[in-house]
Design a protein around this ligand. Structure first.
Ligand code: NAD
Length: 248
């Protein structure tokens, strides 16, 4: 596989849902994509095969984002074997919903470890490569819940809101090296994560969305593709919603 002139993009949690859509879109735009997955190798391989069938190039990349040693090892492998990353999309995420008084320590820790610490570990490792190369685009997949809050999702909201403060800080740190950092905040997007909602929960959510329908994974991937491209070269430190107007 000739990757000599390629831009390298890592998408975390890319074996399904929004991450898979982002991986496919970035590959279509000409990036060599590293498809990170934590456990489901077969699904990740399906995404890689779909990318290759469509004429793109991609690689599987197995690690748990919440394990900083694994993150450092895999990002170092990418750098040494291919070259510096140009694009990092921190998409991996989990939600363990609970009202505050029933919130279990382990569930809170796991949510913060994956959704916030995981993104920080990946950003730190990628920033090292990008700063030296004096180029790069880091895109965090946060959530509308991190902006508006939601009863029963305080741990998830804390992690996703934390990602916004973190990203604005490092946008200031990394800007002089031409490394951009932006945050995408999806609203309700139809994936496995929202598949757990009941019909009545979906109906209630629809009432809060001015455009009147749930989003699709490609509504998010098209914004990510723009933020990964040179067309957004003067955009950094921004939080951009893809939410059908449910939060303004
Ligand atoms: P999903 O559950 O379908 O996908 C999440 C992915 O993250 C999965 O592939 C999962 O295996 C991976 N992952 C989980 N823990 C991991 C770990 N420790 N290491 C590596 N990978 C791990 O969910 P989705 O709806 O596609 O969500 C993708 C992102 O978008 C998440 O960060 C989520 O919080 C965010 N988001 C989703 C919605 C929505 O409505 N679907 C709304 C707002 C934000």
């Amino acid at each position: 596989m000739n990757t000599a002139a390629k831009s390298f993009a890592l998408v975390t949690g890319a074996s399904r849902g929004i991450g898979a859509a982002i991986a496919k879109r970035l590959a279509k735009d000409g990036h060599h994509v590293f498809i990170n997955y934590a456990s489901n190798e077969a699904k990740a391989a399906q995404i890689r095969d779909a990318i290759v069938s469509a004429g793109g190039t991609a690689e599987l990349c197995h690690f748990d984002v919440s394990n900083s040693a694994q993150v450092d090892e895999k990002l170092d492998w990418i750098h040494k074997s291919f070259g510096p990353l140009s694009v990092l999309v921190n998409n991996a995420g989990i939600t363990i919903d609970s009202l505050l008084l029933r919130l279990k320590d382990d569930d809170l820790r796991r949510t913060l470890a994956v959704d916030l610490e995981g993104a920080i570990y990946c950003t730190r490792a990628a920033a090292k490569q990008m700063m030296r190369a004096r180029q790069g685009s880091i895109i965090q997949i946060s959530s509308v819940i991190g902006e508006s809050g939601n009863a029963g999702q305080s741990g998830y909201a804390a992690a996703k809101a934390g990602l916004i403060g973190f990203s604005k800080s490092i946008a200031k740190e990394l800007g002089s090296r031409q490394v951009r950092v932006n945050v995408v905040t999806p609203g309700f997007i139809e994936t496995d994560m929202t598949g757990a909602l009941t019909e009545s929960q979906k109906e209630a959510i629809l009432q809060t969305i001015p455009l009147g329908y749930l989003g699709a994974a490609d509504d998010v991937s098209s914004l990510v593709a723009f933020l990964a491209s040179g067309a957004s070269r003067y955009i950094t430190g921004q939080v951009i919603g893809v939410n059908g107007g449910m939060y303004m």
